[in-house]
Design a protein around this ligand. Structure first.
Ligand code: CP
Ligand code: NVA
Length: 310
């Protein structure tokens, strides 16, 4: 059966650990893998902008001896003159892996349903699994462990990255506080809360939504925030969102309440003085550039895993 990575809970805890360990090995010894995907092709379908994801996937595939094709959905008949099932079936005949960044979760689900090759979600409105696997690789490298941690998240919680962080904390049995405004448009969807509480029953995780930043940051090992203006949010909403999220801005005073060895993370792109102050993102606890680098290594590991190369 062809495996896909559409959200992080498509992988078990053991599989996540296996992929993270492979990424750490690939990072140490990239040359050993420089023909691991020789002759293979990755198709990257993009409906939204990207810096990190596009460049790290393309470089990663090249480093594994394969080839990557960038295809902008703007140039494509997909969803207009051609349905997604036809696109999935046709491109499966040309390439070995399909990766896609789309607005709607249904589109990536349809791609996976009809593709004969692995599909990787490069970000939709429901998940960002490559990001979260890279983030956990980074946490493992910094903390030497992935056991018994507390992560606190601040800001927009009606959000792809937040959803996969919640799922991943649940899978790993962590504590996680999601600090966001008390309004449905900024809070996690019920379907995500239900999935997270189902996973937590087995793992003992405690993932909760709170509305007070100082309460959320108590005892935290990892402080995480994401953009207040995710791709596709109209500029006309910026002022209103800024007002709603400002109480959840990660500042030095928030950082001081966390554990003294806490790290600060942001998947990037980031705006200084929005979701965090410049002092925090450019300060000594910030690991955002190591976090960004690990997208390269983890995606190489994900591609090898889905192509059954380890
Ligand atoms: N973090 C992330 O996915 O960045 P890009 O939008 O630049 O790809
Ligand atoms: N939540 C952000 C993540 C960017 C990587 C967005 O969707 O734009």
């Amino acid at each position: 059966m062809v495996r896909h990575l559409l959200k992080i809970s498509d992988f078990s805890k053991d599989e996540c650990k296996k992929v993270i360990n492979k990424a750490i090995e690939l990072k140490k010894n990239p040359k050993k893998y420089n023909s691991a995907l020789e002759g293979e092709t990755l198709l990257m379908l993009f409906e939204k902008p990207s810096l990190r994801t596009r460049i790290s996937f393309e470089s990663g595939m090249q480093q594994l001896g394969g080839h990557a094709i960038f295809y902008s959905i703007k140039d494509s008949p997909l969803g207009k003159k051609e349905n997604i099932s036809d696109t999935a079936k046709v491109t499966s005949r040309f390439v070995n892996i399909i990766a896609a960044r789309v607005f709607k979760r249904q589109d990536i689900w349809d791609l996976a349903k009809y593709a004969d090759v692995p599909v990787i979600n490069m970000l939709d409105d429901f998940a960002h699994p490559c990001q979260i696997l890279g983030d956990f690789q980074t946490i493992k490298e910094k903390k030497n462990s992935l056991e018994n941690m507390k992560l606190s998240y601040f800001g927009d919680a009606y959000n792809n990255v937040t959803y996969d962080l919640m799922r991943m904390c649940a899978i790993f049995g962590w504590r996680m506080d999601v600090a966001c405004p008390n309004a449905p448009e900024y809070s996690p969807e019920q379907i995500v809360l239900d999935e997270v509480s189902e996973i937590s029953k087995d793992t003992g995780a405690e993932v909760k939504v709170v509305h007070d930043a100082i309460e959320a940051v108590q005892d935290s090992d990892v402080i995480y925030t994401d953009s207040w203006m995710s791709y596709g949010i109209p500029e006309s909403e910026e002022e209103e969102r800024k007002k709603a999220f400002m109480p959840y801005q990660v500042t030095s005073s928030v950082m001081e309440v966390a554990k003294s060895d806490a790290v600060f993370m942001n998947c990037l792109p980031a705006m200084r003085e929005y979701e965090q102050t410049a002092e925090v993102i450019d300060g000594p606890q910030s690991i955002v550039f190591d976090q960004a680098e690990n997208r390269l290594h983890i995606q190489k590991a994900i591609m090898l895993f889905l192509r059954n190369k380890f």
